[in-house]
Design a protein around this ligand. Structure first.
Ligand code: MF3
Ligand code: CO
Length: 251
């Protein structure tokens, strides 16, 4: 259960590459004064051009093509015609695509204009925590090894990981087994096997880990109103390590 065939891995790799490419293209047009709806429209155009579908639109009724979460919004922000990007914001862009029947899922958090140094540090720590989590991936490791690595680093830096949302298996479906929490204990949790594919996605709060969901039923925000950052990659479990399937560094 959860182990993918080589032909499936090839398709997830294909979806992952397009996903990351689109994500970076979207990030290059972030600008104060634009609405999150305009950004999502651009994402929709890119998906059409690449002949892929959004993996989020309609998922459990989610109404957006991508998720755009600003400042204290943690994840699942819905693109809106009345929400303007402002100088000093940090923006989590989360993109999931379906290509040839398989999913790629990735996210980054970007600054708009000049951001303050603590927001900068929050982004850097979250990005690094994802890299550290990924570095633990190999056949036989447990989800707790990944979670511990992320949590330990984030807390040493004085921030907190979100507990209520986790990474997940990826394949034909956006959310498959297992859950991949961003906290935990080494040697505990689900044991990963060769050729499983997981999305690792630390969400890191500058303040307390507590969350609430807005009246739109989707947007997750920090209870204390302090900013949050989010990075995500889709990762293949290999015998002696890992391959990041949302990697376009060779392109
Ligand atoms: N990357 C997020 C996740 O894996 C995005 C899901 S948004 C949803 O949970 F709308 F599809 F739920
Ligand atoms: Co995800």
């Amino acid at each position: 259960m959860g182990v993918k065939r080589p032909d499936e891995i090839e398709k997830i790799r294909g979806a992952g590459k397009v996903c990351k490419k689109i994500l970076f293209e979207i990030s290059s047009v972030l600008q104060a004064g634009k609405t999150t709806f305009e950004i999502a429209k651009f994402a929709e155009l890119l998906m059409e051009k690449e002949k892929v579908k959004s993996a989020f639109l309609g998922y459990r009724g989610y109404p957006g093509v991508i998720c755009i979460s600003i400042n204290e919004e943690v994840v699942h922000g819905i693109p809106s015609k009345t929400r303007y990007l402002r100088n000093g914001d940090i923006v989590s862009l989360d993109v999931g695509v379906i290509k040839d029947g398989y999913i790629g899922d990735c996210a980054i958090t970007c600054p708009v204009g000049e951001i303050d140094s603590e927001k900068k540090r929050l982004i850097e720590v979250t990005k690094k925590s994802l890299e550290l989590g990924i570095s633990k991936v190999k056949a036989g490791c447990r989800t707790g090894d990944i979670g511990w690595e992320i949590q330990n680093f984030v807390e040493k830096e004085g921030f907190n990981v979100v507990r209520d949302f986790a990474g997940h298996g990826v394949g034909k479906y956006l959310h498959e087994e297992p859950d991949v929490p961003n906290f935990g204990h080494r040697g505990k949790g689900f044991e990963l096997k060769e050729n499983m594919v997981i999305a690792i996605e630390p969400m890191v709060n500058m303040g307390k880990p507590d969350l609430k969901i807005l009246a739109d039923g989707w947007t997750v925000v920090t209870m204390d109103g302090l900013p949050s950052a989010h990075f995500e990659d889709t990762v293949l479990v290999k015998k002696e390590g890992f391959e990041v399937l949302t990697d376009i560094s060779d392109e």
